[in-house]
Design a binder for this molecule. Structure first.
Ligand SMILES: Cc1cc2nc3c(=O)[nH]c(=O)nc-3n(C[C@H](O)[C@H](O)[C@H](O)COP(=O)(O)OP(=O)(O)OC[C@H]3O[C@@H](n4cnc5c(N)ncnc54)[C@H](O)[C@@H]3O)c2cc1C
Ligand code: FES
Length: 256
């Protein structure tokens, strides 16, 4: 398994919660496909041995970008790194989003940090009519909109508090604008994903969903990310994180 150093070439504070890193590693940048992730060692010392999974936002030449939200000890430690330092990163990992050449009308539904893996997909899946639905808690958390608009996608924004555009859930905004899509790509909190999948099943639309699962090794060697599918127990890190909506049950996985 690739286990490499990525040099931090830029650090951009997007808002109070999210930080974008531009990283240099030509191997990861050249191999990454939409929806894949990297597993990042968040500190140099022997503490925090477990890596943290972060989606690949986009690739450009020998560079790739990630955005992380500071939520706990790992991401807090990550925020201590400076430009020029090297991060110990494994990747690209997992199976990402796929598109058939016959898919012409597609949609993306992202909630919060679930937006990140979808950005690489909308950038890469060209020659399609794309609708991009994204939900934020409020204007303060809004990000990446101009970058997505530049791809030519029609962008629909919802906020929980009504501070920007549609006031309410992104799933309701999607229902209001639903079309006869060839495929819909989903990533967000579990409840959002469950309701998206219910909608797609009701309208008989194909879809792929990226699961936000807690992880350990990130390479299929432990059982931390086990998830139940119609084909038996799968590892989200290796068999996913992206699954066909027909294959997953979408519930709190193996926590009961
Ligand atoms: C495939 C994949 C891709 C991801 N991509 C991104 C990304 O691009 N940007 C980003 O900011 N985050 C992403 N995440 C989530 C990220 O891995 C976690 O936020 C991070 O591991 C938290 O580490 P921490 O030590 O800071 O917080 P911890 O102290 O480990 O956790 C803080 C809080 O976050 C919750 N949490 C931690 N990991 C997860 C998880 N995987 N799913 C749901 N809740 C979790 C914990 O239950 C706890 O409430 C991704 C997760 C997966 C599985
Ligand atoms: S995280 Fe270890 S098997 Fe998936």
């Amino acid at each position: 398994m690739r286990h490499e150093l990525s040099t931090i070439v830029n650090i951009i504070k997007i808002n109070d919660f999210n930080v974008r890193l531009v990283l240099q590693n030509s191997d990861i940048a050249s191999k990454a496909t939409p929806g894949q992730f990297v597993n990042v060692r968040c500190c140099d010392s022997n503490e925090l041995i477990l890596r943290r999974p972060i989606s690949i936002l986009k690739t450009h030449g020998e560079f790739y970008d990630i955005i992380y939200k500071i939520v706990g000890e790992g991401t807090k430690r990550l925020s201590k790194f400076s430009i020029g330092e090297k991060l110990d990163v494994m990747g690209p990992l997992g199976k990402g989003f796929t598109k058939e050449s016959t898919d012409k009308k597609i949609a993306f539904i992202g909630g919060g940090i679930g937006l990140f893996p979808l950005v690489n997909a909308v950038l890469e899946f060209k020659n399609c009519e794309s609708d991009f639905f994204v939900g934020f808690k409020s204007k303060k958390e809004m990000m990446l909109i101009d970058e997505i608009k530049k791809t030519g996608a029609n962008v629909y924004i919802s906020t929980d508090d009504g501070s920007v555009d549609y006031h309410g859930f992104v799933t309701d905004l999607f229902i209001k604008n639903i079309k006869n899509y060839d495929k819909v790509y989903i990533c967000g909190p579990l409840l959002m994903e469950q309701s998206c999948v219910d909608i797609l099943r009701k309208y008989n639309i194909n879809g792929q969903v990226s699961l936000e699962q807690r992880m350990g090794c990130g390479i299929g060697a432990c059982l931390v990310c086990a998830c139940e599918t119609v084909h038996g127990i799968k590892h989200v890190c290796k068999d996913g994180p992206v699954f066909n909506i027909k294959d997953v049950f979408l519930k709190e996985q193996l926590d009961e």
